[in-house]
Design a protein around this ligand. Structure first.
Ligand SMILES: C[S@@+](CC[C@H](N)C(=O)[O-])C[C@H]1O[C@@H](n2cnc3c(N)ncnc32)[C@H](O)[C@@H]1O
Length: 205
């Protein structure tokens, strides 16, 4: 496991660089951001350190399984309820979290509740040759060193879009191929296996 962790580090560093830039470009001055399932908080930290982020910004995290050494202020949650008021956070982030959740619809509904403007989602989709097998491998390799349970369930982009509609979310930006990892690994595990969308909360009457 230590070798896997060591090999994963440069892959994770590239992922942080790419994802933090994609997220930072959607943030506005004064935003309060909640990174749901923040893990070690490295993504939140990378957003705060990103050169193109707004100058006034807060990023907090919440996590079902706290690791104890998070790089951003992190609240322990039970996984399905977030102790925050409706619309308390301008932006919420779910980066490779939903496919680890046994009851994804409960989590998504709660995240939408505490969001004011955007939910930003990054996940995997099974697109392309042996896609399911390739995602399972990268999911296992990235998570088993940290004890994060893999369920190996990945909705397609069409399934994601149906979920967004039922949650009252409108797609503002959707990226269905991401150069997320270093070369070579990116061809095997990046590109069309990676899914990113920025979802606007539509005010319901
Ligand atoms: C693959 S890690 C991603 C960590 C971080 N978001 C990132 O991008 O680096 C998935 C994390 O989601 C957390 N998680 C899964 N289900 C959750 C839930 N319902 N509520 C909060 N955290 C959850 C797991 O404990 C794990 O730390």
């Amino acid at each position: 496991m230590r070798l896997l962790k060591y090999l994963h580090q440069p892959v994770y560093a590239k992922r942080l660089e790419v994802l933090s830039g994609m997220i930072a470009s959607h943030l506005r001055e004064g935003d309060g951001v909640l990174d749901v399932g923040c893990g070690s908080g490295q993504l939140g930290r990378a957003i705060l350190d990103h050169p193109s982020r707004p100058s006034k910004l807060t990023v907090e995290g919440c996590e079902k399984f706290r690791r104890g050494d998070e790089l951003i202020p992190t609240l322990q949650i039970d996984g399905h309820s977030i102790p925050a008021a409706d619309g308390e956070f301008d932006v919420t982030i779910l980066a490779d979290v939903v496919h680890h959740e046994e009851k994804p619809d409960l989590l998504l509904k709660e995240v939408v509740r505490v969001t004011r403007r955007f939910v930003i989602l990054k996940d995997h989709v099974p697109e392309g040759f042996l896609a399911f097998q390739r995602i399972c491998f990268i999911d296992w390799a990235a998570n088993s060193p940290y004890g994060v349970k893999c369920l190996y369930r990945y909705p397609s982009a069409a399934e994601w879009r149906r979920k967004f509609t039922s949650l009252g979310l409108e797609v503002v930006e959707e990226i269905t191929s991401i150069d997320l990892y270093p070369p070579v690994l990116n061809v095997l595990f990046g590109k069309r296996l990676q899914y990113f969308s920025v979802l606007e909360k539509i005010n319901q009457a």
